[in-house]
Each structure stands twice: as structure tokens, then as C-alpha cells.
Design a protein around this ligand. Structure first.
Ligand SMILES: Cc1cc2nc3c(=O)[nH]c(=O)nc-3n(C[C@H](O)[C@H](O)[C@H](O)COP(=O)(O)O)c2cc1C
Length: 178
């Protein structure tokens, strides 16, 4: 079974998870933007990881674009966000991102990191704006990601942890025994 892990990571946590996964599985690993479809289609298992930015999983478009040609392979998605894991919030995130033909693809959550100093000027501005807007809301009504945004503040956090990979590795192992 040949596999590849593709990732899109602006600030490094999705990349870290992709590299850990590659270590655990022996699969190849590449940036989604640099991967050639002709190479990717040679693999039996394709794991696509993306950071979560404004509720969107980045570069899922790779699976959308090539779905017809990849649909008989084992496809897996994982994403890294700053919010703590919450079943209901993750269900909504999946529904929002894995639409149409992608809906059946298994998707997993890994908690990433938060460092406003590292962000681009645009991203920092956007996050500051969101924090200000959320701070004005009634705390009782906040969504999980809104609470996380406020709690993260301007401090640096790193929640990356290899244990988030366990269900992804389990899903890959299942494929091997199918
Ligand atoms: C502009 C921007 C928007 C973000 N939006 C979300 C979000 O909607 N939900 C979330 O959980 N995390 C959000 N985050 C936090 C990132 O998902 C988190 O930092 C993650 O670790 C990024 O992955 P990366 O390090 O691979 O880039 C956002 C970060 C930025 C910079």
C-alpha cells in the first residue's frame, strides 16, 4: 500500500502533523500546492491536511478538483485549528467544508497553535477584528471557536500533540486490512 500525505500549512502546525504522520506510516509527504496530480494519482492512500482559517479547511479544493479520478482510492482529510475539539463544532466544520461528493470522506481534527506575532499583517488584523467583535457578544451565546479566540488572546500557544493522530492512523490501518 503506497500512501502520500499532502498538506497546506501557513504557520507550521498542519505541516508538523503531516510530518509526524509520514514518520508513523512511512508514507511520502508533500505540500499540496507543489504536488503534481500525475504523481499523486499513483498512490493508494491520499491524506490531505489543511489549516483551518475562518472556518475553512485550506486546499480541500485539491480533492474537489480531482475527485472523479481519485474516488476509488482511500481518501482521508485532517485539519488543524486553534479551537479545542468539540463534537458538535467539528460536525458543523465538516458539513461546511466536505460538501457534495466529498461528504463521505473521513475527516479528523488536530489542535494546532496560535501565535499572532507570526501571522501576516492581514491575518493578524483579521484575528484582532474577530476578537473585538466576539468580545462584544454575550459570553453565554459564544460558539466554541469564538470562546477559543478570546481565550487565546495575544499569547502564544502550541497545542500540537501526536495523540491527535491516533484515529487517523487507525483509519489508515483499516484500509490495509480491507
Ligand atoms: C486568519 C485566521 C483565521 C483562523 N480561523 C480559525 C477558525 O475559524 N477556527 C479555528 O479553530 N482556528 C482558526 N485559526 C487558527 C488556526 O487554525 C491555527 O493557528 C492553526 O494551527 C493553523 O494551522 P497552520 O499552523 O498549519 O497554519 C485561524 C487563524 C488565522 C491566522
Amino acid at each position: 500500500m503506497k500512501g502520500i500525505i499532502l498538506y497546506m500549512s501557513k504557520y507550521g502546525s498542519t505541516k508538523r502533523y503531516a510530518e509526524w504522520l509520514a514518520e508513523e506510516t512511512g508514507f511520502d509527504c508533500a505540500e499540496t500546492n507543489k504536488a503534481e496530480f500525475e504523481d499523486v494519482k499513483k498512490y493508494d492512500v491520499i491524506v490531505l491536511g489543511g489549516g483551518v482559517y475562518a472556518s475553512g479547511i485550506s486546499r480541500l479544493s485539491f480533492f474537489k478538483k480531482y475527485y472523479e479520478e481519485l474516488k476509488d482510492k482511500k481518501l482521508i482529510v485532517f485539519c488543524a485549528g486553534a479551537s479545542p475539539y468539540d463534537e458538535e463544532a467539528f460536525r458543523k466544520l465538516r458539513e461546511h467544508n466536505l460538501t457534495g461528493k466529498l461528504a463521505g470522506i473521513p475527516c479528523f481534527y488536530c489542535r494546532g497553535a496560535w501565535d499572532m506575532e507570526k501571522m501576516t499583517v492581514m491575518d493578524r488584523g483579521l484575528c484582532r477584528m474577530l476578537q473585538k467583535a466576539v468580545a462584544k457578544k454575550d459570553p453565554e451565546t459564544l460558539e466554541v471557536w469564538e470562546k477559543a479566540l478570546l481565550e487565546a488572546g495575544t499569547e502564544r500557544h502550541d497545542w500540537t500533540d501526536r495523540s491527535y493522530l491516533a484515529p487517523i492512523l487507525e483509519e489508515i490501518r483499516k484500509t490495509g486490512s480491507d
